[in-house]
Design a protein around this ligand. Structure first.
Ligand SMILES: Cc1cc2nc3c(=O)[nH]c(=O)nc-3n(C[C@H](O)[C@H](O)[C@H](O)COP(=O)(O)OP(=O)(O)OC[C@H]3O[C@@H](n4cnc5c(N)ncnc54)[C@H](O)[C@@H]3O)c2cc1C
Length: 359
């Protein structure tokens, strides 16, 4: 550290969150920081964050990704919304399309004109006025940010992508910008005896990696923020009683739909995410209401194509960390914002984007 200025950042974890943080920091702060990322091949990544919302494009722009290259490298597809099936009752289908619908005029929102139009029998269903909905249902997409020669918004899009390939792609970019990667399992987290701040992580090889700012991207376990610093976790099980997911990829049987599907089942719901080379499927459920065998059978019975791997179970607890920052001194925030304009905001956004759910 030179004076107040942080120079050494350590990122713990090389899943989507870790490599997003590494790419964003190295691209925005470049030579001002030395960035070290530690990941363990033996532990691996959760690998199921494959459906996004349009905010991912802001992140990709921040990092300077070329969108065509990004889609190619991640076997990605374009996403215009999410179709919810059977949520209200069996047979229901509702598309939550991204973007705007209709056109506001003068002081009034479009919905006011639409309500009047409905009353007078001249307006169609609301979603007929959403370019995203209509395109998604037709299986169409084009990059149209604005309808030419009008002030009408065009199509808002996000992506589906292979989470492993996305992390690998960002890794290439981050390493190209100077990020150093170490492979190995962290055995100990070392703390400063006086302040209690994390000072280094020790790998099973015996190597110690020291830093001045640590970013915990170790996934559900929260190796630093929870297991070491005990920042606390707010449990949402009483609001969102889901604690397991069964995930399995399947063979594509049709052209990719430009939307994610979310299908309600008896004790949970299923995601279907179309990629170029496979479809990602999962069944989120609550073990108090359904056994793993039953949940697996429901998922396998609702695949469109042949399963390409053994189904695997992911356990989780719904909720959020009580604090995103722990033991951050005023100096840390000032340093980050002074040396990189909105870096402190970018950092927060990085963490939030990578853990925001795009279902
Ligand atoms: C069922 C389910 C479905 C989801 N679907 C979506 C979705 O569609 N879209 C979306 O945006 N999000 C989704 N999410 C959220 C998604 O999981 C996360 O956003 C993201 O993929 C998690 O990535 P991560 O990098 O935080 O963690 P992980 O992928 O778990 O990576 C953790 C990293 O930490 C490393 N690590 C851990 N412990 C150690 C150690 N001791 N030593 C060294 N390294 C260590 C691991 O090796 C790994 O590299 C979903 C979550 C669940 C549970």
């Amino acid at each position: 550290m030179i004076g107040d200025r942080i120079q050494k950042v350590v990122i713990v974890g090389g899943g989507t969150a870790g490599w997003m943080a590494a790419a964003a920091l190295s691209r925005t702060m470049g030579l001002q920081l030395s960035i070290h990322l530690v990941e363990s091949d033996e532990i691996g990544t959760v690998g199921v964050g494959e459906a996004t919302i349009p905010a991912i494009r802001l992140f990709n722009q921040l990092v300077g990704l070329d969108e065509d290259e990004f889609v190619r490298e991640t076997n990605g597809t374009f996403k215009l919304g999410i179709e919810f099936q059977n949520w209200g009752q069996l047979g229901d289908s509702y598309m939550h399309a991204f973007g705007q619908f209709g056109q506001s005029l003068g002081l009034l929102e479009f919905v006011q004109y639409w309500l009047r139009g409905r009353r007078e029998g001249v307006a169609g269903p609301l979603w007929d006025y959403s370019l995203n909905e209509v395109s998604a249902r037709l299986g169409r997409f084009a990059r149209i940010p604005q309808i030419p020669n009008t002030n009408l918004d065009g199509i808002a899009h996000a992506f589906h992508f292979d989470a492993g390939l996305y992390a690998a792609y960002l890794r290439k970019i981050a390493e190209g910008a100077g990020v150093v990667r170490s492979e190995g399992r962290i055995q100990h987290v070392l703390r400063n005896g006086e302040t209690g701040h994390v000072s280094a992580v020790k790998l099973d090889s015996g190597a110690e990696i020291a830093g001045e700012l640590f970013i915990d991207c170790s996934g559900f376990r929260g190796l630093l923020i929870e297991q070491t610093l005990e920042a606390g976790y707010e449990d949402w099980t009483h609001w969102l009683p889901c604690n397991r997911a069964i995930a399995v990829p399947s063979r594509n049987t049709r052209p990719a739909r430009p939307y994610t599907q979310s299908i309600a089942h008896q004790a949970g719901w299923q995601w279907r995410i179309p990629l170029q080379h496979r479809t990602g499927n999962g069944h989120v459920f609550c073990s108090e209401f359904m056994s793993e065998d039953e949940a697996t059978a429901v998922l396998l019975g609702n695949l469109e194509g042949e399963a390409l791997a053994e189904p695997r179970t992911i356990q989780f607890r719904t909720g959020m960390r009580k604090s995103a920052w722990s033991r951050v001194s005023r100096t840390t925030c000032t340093t980050l914002s002074t040396h990189c304009g909105s870096a402190s905001g970018a950092l927060r956004r990085t963490i939030a984007t990578s853990s925001a759910c795009g279902w």
